[in-house]
Unconditional design. Structure first.
Length: 263
C-alpha cells in the first residue's frame, strides 16, 4: 500500500471510530470501572471505547492481516510484526463522560518499534491532527493547515500542561514535576491528548506526564515531531514505550526540563 493509501486508510479508521463514538457523547450510556479491586482508583471504560476499538480492529484485520494491533480495550495481537497499529479509542475518557470535548481517538502506527505515523481525531469538534514525523497538519471543516510548534527558549516563558498532577508518584517523581511547574509561566491540567496537539499547534510549550501506556503516546509522537517538537522519556530515551514523558515545542526548552527532571 502506498503512503497516500495508508494515510487514507488511517482517515477511514478515524471516520468509522468517530461514527461509533459520537452517539454516546453527552448521552446516557453504560460505563465500567477497570480499576475495581486493583487499588488504582477510578479507571473508566465506556461502551463507546469498546465499540470504536472493535470497529478499528475489524478494519485493520481485513486490510492488513499481517500487521499487529495494540489497543487499550482489547489488548495485543501479533505485536512482533514489522508494523503494529497502536489504538486508544477514547483518550480522555474522564473528559468524555463529563461532556467535555478535550478527548480524542488516537491512531498510531509503528514500524520496527518506531512511531512513524499518527492521527488524533476529535469527531465532536471535527478536528483531525495528522503527522508522519516530517510534517504535521490539522484538518477541520475550514480546511487544512500546517502545524508548527512555538519557539520558546526559557521555562519562565513557557505554558506547561499535564493531565493530572496526581499521576506523579508521591516522593521524588512528584517533587521533580513540581519543580518544573514552579519554573514555568503557567500550567494547565486535564487536556489529555489534546495538550500534545496544542503543543504541535504552537499554543502550549511543554507537556510533562507519568504513568502513560504506549497507546497514550505513540500516535502523538509523529504529530509533535512533525510540527518541529521533541518527545522523549524523562531519561531522554524513546517515548514509544510510555511511562514518564516530556514533550516540548523547542529543543532548548526540552533540555531545560530534562535537566530539572534528572538532577
Amino acid at each position: 500500500m502506498s503512503v497516500v493509501d495508508l494515510a487514507r486508510f488511517m482517515e477511514d479508521l478515524a471516520t468509522q471510530s468517530g461514527a461509533a463514538i459520537l452517539p454516546f457523547f453527552r448521552a446516557h450510556f453504560g460505563m465500567d470501572d477497570k480499576a475495581i479491586g486493583s487499588g488504582r482508583g477510578f479507571d473508566p471504560v465506556t461502551e463507546a471505547d469498546r465499540a470504536a476499538e472493535v470497529a478499528m480492529r475489524r478494519m485493520i484485520r481485513a486490510t492488513f492481516p499481517t500487521h499487529g494491533i495494540l489497543g487499550e480495550e482489547f489488548g495485543s495481537e501479533q505485536t512482533d510484526a514489522e508494523c503494529v497499529w497502536v489504538l486508544d479509542p477514547i483518550d480522555g475518557t474522564r473528559a468524555f463522560i463529563s461532556g467535555l470535548p478535550t478527548w480524542g481517538t488516537l491512531i498510531g502506527l509503528t514500524r520496527n518499534g518506531a512511531a512513524v505515523r499518527g492521527l488524533m481525531h476529535q469527531p465532536y469538534l471535527g478536528e483531525r491532527f495528522l503527522g508522519d514525523g516530517g510534517s504535521a497538519t490539522i484538518r477541520t471543516a475550514k480546511g487544512e493547515r500546517k502545524l508548527r510548534t512555538r519557539r520558546t527558549e526559557k521555562l519562565a516563558d513557557a505554558i506547561l500542561a499535564t493531565t493530572d498532577p496526581r499521576l506523579f508518584a508521591e516522593g521524588e517523581e512528584r517533587e521533580r514535576f513540581l519543580q518544573v511547574e514552579a519554573a514555568v509561566k503557567m500550567s494547565r491540567y486535564g487536556a489529555d491528548c489534546y495538550a500534545y496537539c496544542m503543543l504541535a499547534a504552537g499554543q502550549i510549550d511543554l507537556v510533562v506526564e507519568a504513568g502513560l501506556q504506549p497507546y497514550d503516546i505513540v500516535a502523538l509522537i509523529p504529530i509533535v515531531e512533525g510540527a518541529g517538537g521533541v518527545v522523549t522519556a524523562w531519561d531522554g530515551g524513546p517515548a514509544t514505550g510510555g511511562g514518564r514523558i516530556v514533550a516540548a515545542g523547542d529543543r532548548r526548552l526540552h533540555e531545560q526540563a530534562l535537566a530539572m527532571l534528572n538532577p
